[in-house]
Ligand binder design. Structure first.
Ligand SMILES: Cc1cc2nc3c(=O)[nH]c(=O)nc-3n(C[C@H](O)[C@H](O)[C@H](O)COP(=O)(O)OP(=O)(O)OC[C@H]3O[C@@H](n4cnc5c(N)ncnc54)[C@H](O)[C@@H]3O)c2cc1C
Length: 447
């Protein structure tokens, strides 16, 4: 059976590949600015070498900081790339960015100190007090170091999401603070109007993209479609479904499997956005999300009232039918990770027998959408398997169990969604069960 994975809209979408080419092309231009202004050609001694390397690492570090802001800004084009993959790019780009900026600071200070024949400490003091914008840039660097340090998994878990997120927001301020010293002291920009215009354009385009996707798009979409809470339904103890209604919802570029960042414009809710996946296929009449009480925000969601206006950023995530490459598929959910799986089961292409669902939950009471899943499985001719038991008590989906439940799993596309510890353990079991990594599409819900 031919798999029709074409998304609803036929126009060519920006892909992760397009964005990589754009980033690479600009990185070449950035290095070109440095080379055009001497590069290594003017190096006659160690001081010159250190300073020259200090300049190019600074330029590239600043450029990657802009890329870092865009990677998790839900820019179109990345919405078809899995969150797990974008988060990995974000992490790797962040490490490269911070390393380059720290190298820039050390190389420039050492190079100048050697050239001025003074101690590094004295040179650092001179840079901070006499060079325009360097003090602000140093504060910016300290903020980026704090962001990097608090993103180390163990530190982040200890800090908790809100504190980590607050520190992470500092990135925006740090990028703004560092801008002044680049144009003021950067050799590449002195009496170079074209280079200066290019640098302004890079920062301007990044700011415009951020404002467009994080503010303008969600607000205009909410107004155009009049997105409002239509219904709040208690699905189970500690779990609510929120149905969002509005006008012409069939025109929203959302697919089953997508998640969006939701902001409910009600007292006690409006200042936070949180990602929740659609828990039913978008049908043009409503969008449904289902939220498990995991912390104080998700607990408060039950109190949101019908009529509340909703801002939705996205859609995001590559956990859609567009990622399919094989006729047969297995959908694996852990806990509340059943939400996008339930939506996919509703409208993912597939003949009877081609779709298998494995739903892992701590106990029978924790099974969500049981009637809907059984009705959909009956209607679609899908195999539905419940695996009960707490993964903390060692009940995991072992390779043997996966092959027992879905004997031809190695020949299927496999979608896995749930807490990150579950998706990572299941990915390992799938690999051991012979499923090639390219056939596994996963989405982790939390750290
Ligand atoms: C792509 C994606 C899709 C998701 N879909 C669903 C869903 O359909 N149903 C559901 O119940 N949950 C879903 N979640 C998880 C949900 O976003 C968190 O449980 C919720 O944000 C918790 O917020 P809190 O304040 O209640 O809890 P907190 O105690 O603040 O957080 C609990 C955990 O949730 C995660 N988290 C908290 N805030 C955010 C945030 N703004 N962004 C990302 N992660 C956060 C953190 O890992 C944190 O450790 C999804 C998460 C992601 C990343």
């Amino acid at each position: 059976m031919a798999i029709d994975t074409a998304p609803r809209s036929a126009r060519r979408r920006i892909t992760g590949w397009d964005l990589s080419v754009l980033v690479a092309a600009n990185a070449v231009v950035v290095v070109g600015l440095w080379w055009r202004q001497g590069g290594l050609r003017d190096v006659h001694d160690l001081a010159g070498l250190l300073t020259s390397l200090g300049r190019v690492t600074g330029l590239l570090g600043a450029f990657l900081a802009l890329v870092e802001l865009l990677l998790l800004a839900r820019v179109p084009g990345l919405d078809a790339v899995g969150l797990d993959r974008v988060s990995t790019w974000h992490r790797r780009n962040g490490t490269a960015c911070l390393t380059l900026l720290l190298a820039h600071t050390v190389l420039i200070t050492a190079g100048y100190a050697l050239a001025d024949d003074v101690s590094v400490t004295r040179e650092a003091a001179a840079l901070l007090t006499h060079y325009p914008g360097v003090l602000l840039a140093t504060i910016a660097l300290a903020m980026l170091v704090a962001v990097g340090a608090t993103s180390v998994a163990a530190v982040r878990r200890r800090l908790g999401y809100r504190t980590w997120h607050a520190v992470h927001l500092g990135v925006y301020l740090a990028v703004a603070l560092a801008f002044a010293h680049q144009l003021a002291t950067g050799q590449e920009f002195q009496h170079q109007p074209v280079a200066r215009a290019y640098w302004w354009a890079l920062y301007g385009a990044t700011l415009a993209a951020l404002v467009a996707v994080r503010v303008v798009l969600p607000v205009t979409r909410s107004l155009r479609h009049d997105l409002r809470v239509a219904r709040v339904v208690q699905e189970a103890p500690g779990v609510v479904s929120v149905e969002i209604g509005g006008r012409r919802l069939e025109r929203l570029p959302v697919l089953s499997g997508h998640f969006l960042h939701w902001r409910f414009l009600a007292p006690g809710h409006w200042w936070e956005t949180h990602p929740f996946s659609l828990s039913a296929a978008p049908d043009g009449r409503r969008l449904r999300i289902t939220v498990k009480h995991l912390g104080d925000y998700s607990a408060r969601l039950a109190s949101v009232r019908p009529g509340t206006r909703v801002l939705a950023e996205g859609p995001s995530g590559g956990f859609t039918s567009a990622a399919r490459r094989h006729a047969r598929v297995a959908l694996i959910a852990g806990g509340v990770g059943i939400t996008p799986i339930r939506a996919l089961l509703e409208d993912m292409p597939g003949e009877p027998g081609e779709i298998a669902v494995i739903y892992r939950a701590a106990s029978e009471e924790d099974l969500l959408f049981r009637e809907e899943l059984e009705e959909l499985s009956r209607r679609r001719g899908a195999d539905l398997h419940y695996v009960l038991g707490d993964h903390r008590a060692g009940v995991v989906l072992s390779p043997e169990r996966l092959r027992e439940l879905v004997p031809d799993i190695a020949r299927r596309d496999v979608y896995v969604c749930g807490p990150r510890s579950m998706t990572e353990a299941t990915r390992a079991s799938l690999r051991a069960a012979g499923v090639p990594a390219r056939q596994v599409i996963s989405e982790g819900f939390s750290w």
